[in-house]
Design a protein around this ligand. Sequence first.
Ligand code: ATP
Length: 234
Amino acid sequence: MLEIKNIDVYYGVIHALKDISLTVSQGEIVTLIGANGAGKTTTLRTISGLIKPANGRVDFNGERIKGTSAKDIVKKGLSHVPEGRRVFPEMTVFENLELGAYLRKDKKGIKDDLDRVYASFPILQKRSRQNAGTLSGGEQQMLAIGRALMSRPKLLLMDEPSMGLAPLLVKEIFSIIRQINEQGTTILLVEQNANMALSIAHRAYVIETGSIVLEGTGKELAQSEEIKKAYLGG
Ligand code: ATP
């Protein structure tokens, strides 16, 4: 479904991504794990058209999308839940969700998806008339995920959905991610919480200072001594 090949990204003189290649097949949860500053966010922003790579290819469903506008990439079925939630605080929960569907015209489909989001996140329905800025961190994360789902993506990119959340909420968010995947959405998940990410991922890549250094199944990497030492706290 997604193939990125030989991607290089520079921020001025900083070589942030060095010859990155990875694939995500339909139906998978793939995770990209790595330390602070390794290049995880940059990888997602490159895929969704927010950063132009210096070299390389990004193919989505067999189509070259490098150079396509971020908006047209969403239209093709690729949606991004950014790091730090980024909901619109002065708008209601409902308005934030509505915005997620702004490129769609199928009213019936939008209504069905809204019902589905409310079924996955009952708290959002309860708070639908409340300003998003008044939600807790976990609720804002749910809203950010719900908003991305409102574009009915085939592939969902998620940037550190567990960041800053209490352990119980982290568990809940990961269980929701698994559900979304079971309902048919393919997922590329970026995480610093390697433990949780590897526990739900079919496959995983490890990124270090802009390069992919390891790949394998979630299970293989969770058992790797190297990974345990570097990312799983021994
Ligand atoms: P984090 O978990 O902290 O978000 P990350 O793995 O997502 O880290 P990136 O945000 O992709 O890492 O950053 C990769 C590298 O590029 C880092 O060295 C970072 O300092 C640098 N970088 C990121 N954004 C910019 C920018 N706009 N200008 C200059 N350098 C940047």
